[in-house]
Design a protein around this ligand. Structure first.
Ligand code: MLC
Ligand code: AMP
Length: 497
């Protein structure tokens, strides 16, 4: 595994910083080998058995992730914001043979693992010692399963191999000129590719330092920015919007120090959702930094990026990254050869995932003659790709999270007052899109937004909970009886005037 062999060259450098504690690459190497030995037990190689883990960002997260890889297992990171039904789904769908967590979270997971009959390892209870010899891992073996929503009800497990992960990392390390002197804050969730690959793995591949936060703690992060601690910063557009809002109310002297801290960084990146050109300009006016916007997806890693050196064009996502082949295909199935004509982005290259876990049909459907179909529409303008939207109205991007309208609808239909519903994403200045639901109620029922939100908290992550509710007599349908979602979206936007 290249990530492990590269780490050996940086032994005494600080890899992870958490709170007041720093951990070197040597410590990461040793403790990940100890974790690997512990989960191997008497086996020589986990032979791609799935190991799910719920561990907050920090040293333990990396020792567990590397430990699973070094033992020959497939890493399945779980979401810290997931509810019990969501955790159960991921653990059972991936057919995890073990779950790893820390002492604090073990009370949440122990009853679930007991019910499912899956062994639970508590990482901070693994005793130190001499690790056993670890297996050689070929790069074509499965490495990781990340769960991502799509146009189906439940999230699908995206399987990457060690080779595809390495290719995704290498493309970014090269294109964005990662250096061992870089220091980056990590506050994005670590069950998605943005946090795992772009921030954590690129930094550790390069011998750089990652300052880990358990969540997006704006005050703590800005405190460090003001001390000029970071050279690289990566976030979703919602975070830049929130930072702009926060800086507007920050006292002058403090604001100047923060702005200076941002101004002196060597690279600031935005991605996971469209960065409005207005936000790009506001950020430049505030800090002098031209945000580098890039485009990616769980199934392919990062595909398109504005240049590190050269024009970073607001509203555009640049050109293909190294080793990534892109074509645009029209609705009529023709490959688009000219600028100015929109088509679906299709991707080929070593960065592309292996399969959807246990879903051969979904895997086959997502490829068109060997090209991965992203479902995103783009156009090329003066040499730069611009994302125009998505093919499916059932995919919502909110705060950088990809959500399936169908998944949320199917949960809402379990509510005793809801007879029918339609979930849509409505434009939102902070979140990009916000989840909204129009409901037809059961006879003689009542429902308000507050009650709906309280009910939702037991079964879905916060970011999936509808932020707007409309009670309707009937849902707009077409001649075939299918709900017309664009009409539902219009109902909400008309309300906003
Ligand atoms: C939370 N809230 C929302 C919301 N999420 N409201 C509307 N829409 C949403 N999406 C509400 C909560 O209910 C709560 O309300 C309040 O906001 C604060 O919640 P929070 O969870 O504490 O928010 P915050 O910590 O500020 O989180 C915002 C965020 C987070 C932007 C930091 O959403 C985040 O980490 N997003 C990144 C996701 C990501 O990494 N995506 C990458 C996927 S990979 P109340 O009323 O309770 O106060 C990918 C590929 C690629 O996309 O290209 O990278
Ligand atoms: P996910 O499935 O969570 O990996 O999300 C991938 C999706 O995020 C893509 O298919 C796009 O729809 C969206 N996305 C990522 N980056 C951008 C961007 N810069 N602009 C617009 N959409 C983006």
């Amino acid at each position: 595994m290249k990530l492990i062999s590269l780490a050996k060259a940086h032994g005494d450098s600080v890899a992870i910083f958490h709170g007041q504690t720093e951990y070197t690459y040597q410590q990461l190497l040793h403790h990940s080998a100890v974790v690997a030995s512990s989960i191997l037990g008497n086996a020589n190689d986990l032979q791609e058995s799935r190991v799910a883990y719920l561990v907050p960002a920090g040293f333990d997260y990396v020792t567990v992730q590397w430990g699973i890889w070094r033992a020959g297992g497939v890493a399945v990171p779980l979401s810290l914001s997931a509810t019990e039904p969501e955790l159960e789904y991921t653990i059972t769908d991936s057919d995890a043979q073990r779950v790893i967590t820390n002492t604090e979270l073990s009370t949440k997971l122990a009853p679930l693992c007991q019910r499912l009959g899956i062994p639970l390892t508590v990482v901070d209870e693994i005793s130190d010692g001499d690790p056993q010899p670890l297996p050689m891992i070929q790069s074509d073996r499965r490495a990781m399963i990340l769960y991502t929503s799509g146009t189906t009800n439940k999230p699908k497990g995206v399987v990457s191999t060690h080779a595809s992960v390495e290719s995704q990392i290498e493309a970014l390390v090269t294109a964005w000129q990662w250096q061992d002197s870089d220091v980056i804050p990590l506050f994005l969730p670590l069950h998605h590719i943005h946090g795992i690959i772009n921030v954590l793995s690129c930094a550790l591949w390069s011998g750089a330092t990652v300052d880990t936060f358990s969540h997006f703690d704006a005050d703590a992060i800005l405190d460090q920015v003001a001390k000029n601690r970071y050279s690289v910063f990566m976030a979703v557009p919602t975070i830049y919007v929130k930072l702009i809002q926060l800086l507007q109310t920050t006292p002058d002297q403090q604001r100047q120090q923060i702005v200076q801290g941002f101004a002196e960084m060597r690279l600031m990146v935005s991605g996971s959702a469209a960065l409005p050109a207005s936000v790009h300009h506001e950020w430049t006016n505030l800090t002098g930094q031209a945000l580098l916007e890039r485009y990616g997806m769980t199934e392919i890693g990062m595909a398109l990026s504005n240049p590190h050196t050269g024009e970073r064009r607001p509203g555009a996502v640049g050109q293909p990254l190294p080793n990534v082949k892109i074509q645009l295909k029209s609705e009529a199935g023709e490959i688009i050869q000219t600028e100015g004509t929109a088509g679906e982005i299709q991707v080929q290259g070593p960065c592309v995932f292996l399969e959807y876990w246990n879903k051969p049909e979904a895997t086959a459907d997502s490829f068109d003659d060997g090209w991965f179909r992203t479902g995103d529409i783009a156009v090329i303008e003066s040499g730069y790709f611009r994302i125009m939207g998505r093919q499916s109205v059932d995919i919502i991007k909110s705060g950088g999270y990809k959500l399936s309208a169908l998944e949320i609808e199917s949960v809402l239909l379990d509510h005793e007052s809801i007879e029918q519903c339609a979930v849509v994403g409505v434009a939102d200045d902070t979140w990009g899109e916000a989840v909204a639901v129009a409901c037809v109620l059961q006879p003689d029922s009542e429902l308000d937004l507050k009650e709906l939100k309280t009910w939702c908290r037991t079964c879905m992550s916060t970011y999936k909970i509808p932020k707007q509710l409309k009670i309707v007599e009937q849902l707009p349908r077409n001649a075939m009886g299918k709900i017309q979602k664009p009409a539902v979206t219009r109902m909400f936007s008309e309300d906003q005037g």
